[in-house]
Structure formats: structure tokens, C-alpha cells
Design a protein around this ligand. Structure first.
Ligand code: ADP
Ligand code: MG
Length: 259
């Protein structure tokens, strides 16, 4: 059969997991023939296409696996809207070195100041650097932990959570935790200490974290670990949501009384 080599090649390229070779080799061969490009240069072009595609697929997989509630980038973040935020620090963090160095990030500020947007942007940037990221709200994480404990698969969940290079815990502080919840969350933070980065967002200043965790001892131990190697992003300002809706309705903006 005249098409046997084609069929075999298709099989081999699939077995070698070279989908871009499979898709492009024929078209590129014809193109290279018409341009008089030799075999080595042809193979090089094909290999480059495969590499580019592989990187794109890897980033897409990281983004899927991170389970972001929305994909938002720092490109759409208006730094001018939040004067207290250190833009240079954010851009530096977007390069991802803090993740390699297992440092933490804490974004603090009232509701609507862009903490989640920033966390999503930094998470996306980490994915683009090829780092594994997990995104979860504190409430959902505690819920998952309690469920895993009841179903006797806590260890497996802890393994999964320590597997991420960057764990993003959004909205710590909105809901006070039960004793069991606080202890389970503490264990997540404690297991990651100096082993992997955590990015936490919270509407509460550190002094008020005890009200979330219930115990002063636990909060102290947690803050001690979390803040040992940390970058703090101060996001004090008025709500971006509120400002945007006032702008839409043509109302004057409420004067800021940010602290
Ligand atoms: P927070 O998590 O602090 O409550 P969000 O990140 O959810 O705030 O921000 C609320 C909304 O306003 C989101 O849609 C977000 O994308 C947008 N937003 C907030 N701050 C900015 C900003 N500086 N630039 C662009 N969009 C912003
Ligand atoms: Mg938020």
C-alpha cells in the first residue's frame, strides 16, 4: 500500500507524543521543498513548532489545574487606582522568583480594592512561568479539609496541597473558622512553611486575625511562619467596584477616607 509509511509515521509520532509534528510535517515539508530548505533546517523548524506548542499546552494545563474562578491578568490591572500598592514590587513578583525561593505574599486591604484580581494576575503569571498553582478561597479550603478529614483522606489532600509550587488562599477573614477548621488550615500553612509559597489575601489587618482563627496561640504560630519570608502588598483605598459603578451612573465619587 502506498500510504503505509504515512500511516506508520502517524502512529510513531503519536507514540512519541509529537502532535505538532503529526499535524504540520506534511504542510511544512511542501513549504520547505518550494523554498529549497534542506532536511536539517526543515527538522529544526518542525522541532521549534513542537516546542512552542508544548509550552503553550503546558501553560494552558497549569491554568486549568489552578482552578482560577476567572482568568485575570496584571495587564488589565489599573495600578493608578490604588496608590498604596507598590507597583514595582508586584511586577517583580510577577517574574516568579519568590515562588522558586518559597517566599510568601500577603495582600491586605478592604473589600473591592483588587486583592483577588491581583492574586489571579500573579497566579496567571506563575502559570506562564511553568509553575504549578492552586487557587482556593479560605472558606472553600476549610470546607474541603473538613470533608477530607471526615472521609479519612486528609493525607491525600495535604499531599495535593503541598504539591503546588504556589498556593493561593483568597479571602481569609470573611468568615470566622471553627476550632477544627482553624487547626486544619493551620496545618496546611505549617506543612508548606519553607517548602512552597503561599499567597494570602485578607480584608483584615494582622491584629484581627485572631478573630478568624479563634486562638491567639494558633494565630501567633501561623503568622510567625507565614511572615518569616514575606512580601506584603498594602491595598488601602476605596472600592474599585463602588468607584466604577459611581462613574457609570455619573455620580460624584465618595471622598476617600483610606487609612
Ligand atoms: P477584592 O478581592 O479586594 O474584594 P476584587 O479583586 O474582587 O477586589 O476587585 C473587584 C472588581 O474590581 C473586580 O472586577 C476587579 O477586576 C476590579 N478591580 C479592582 N481593582 C482594580 C484595579 N486596580 N484595576 C482594574 N480592575 C480592578
Ligand atoms: Mg476578593
Amino acid at each position: 500500500m502506498s500510504d503505509t509509511p504515512q500511516v506508520l509515521l502517524g502512529h510513531h509520532l503519536k507514540a512519541l507524543k509529537l502532535p505538532t509534528f503529526l499535524r504540520e510535517h506534511d504542510k511544512l515539508a511542501r513549504q520547505c521543498a518550494s523554498e529549497g530548505v534542506n532536511h536539517t533546517a526543515y527538522l529544526l523548524r518542525l522541532a521549534e513548532l513542537e516546542l512552542l506548542d508544548r509550552e503553550r499546552r503546558m501553560v494552558e494545563r497549569r491554568i486549568r489545574e489552578a482552578r482560577f474562578p476567572a482568568v485575570k491578568s496584571l495587564d488589565s490591572f489599573d495600578f493608578a487606582a490604588i496608590a498604596s500598592l507598590n507597583k514595582m514590587l508586584v511586577l517583580e513578583l510577577a517574574r516568579g522568583a519568590y515562588v522558586e525561593q518559597r517566599e510568601n505574599v500577603i495582600a491586605l486591604g478592604p473589600s473591592g480594592t483588587g486583592k483577588t484580581h491581583l492574586a489571579l494576575g500573579l497566579g496567571l503569571a506563575a502559570c506562564q512561568k511553568g509553575l504549578t498553582v492552586g487557587f482556593v478561597t479560605a472558606a472553600a479550603l476549610v470546607h474541603e479539609l473538613l470533608e477530607a478529614r471526615d472521609e479519612r483522606r486528609l493525607l491525600r489532600l495535604h499531599k495535593q496541597l503541598t504539591g503546588y509550587k504556589l498556593l493561593i488562599v483568597d479571602e481569609l477573614g470573611y468568615v470566622p473558622l471553627s476550632n477544627a477548621g482553624a487547626e486544619l488550615l493551620f496545618e496546611v500553612f505549617s506543612r508548606r512553611y519553607e517548602r512552597g509559597s503561599i499567597l494570602v489575601t485578607s480584608n483584615l489587618p494582622f491584629e484581627e486575625w485572631t478573630s478568624v482563627f479563634g486562638s491567639e496561640r494558633l494565630t501567633g504560630a501561623l503568622l510567625d511562619r507565614l511572615t518569616h519570608h514575606v512580601h506584603i502588598l498594602e491595598m488601602n483605598g476605596e472600592s474599585y467596584r463602588l468607584k466604577a459603578s459611581q462613574r457609570r451612573q455619573g455620580k460624584p465619587e465618595i471622598p476617600t477616607n483610606a487609612n
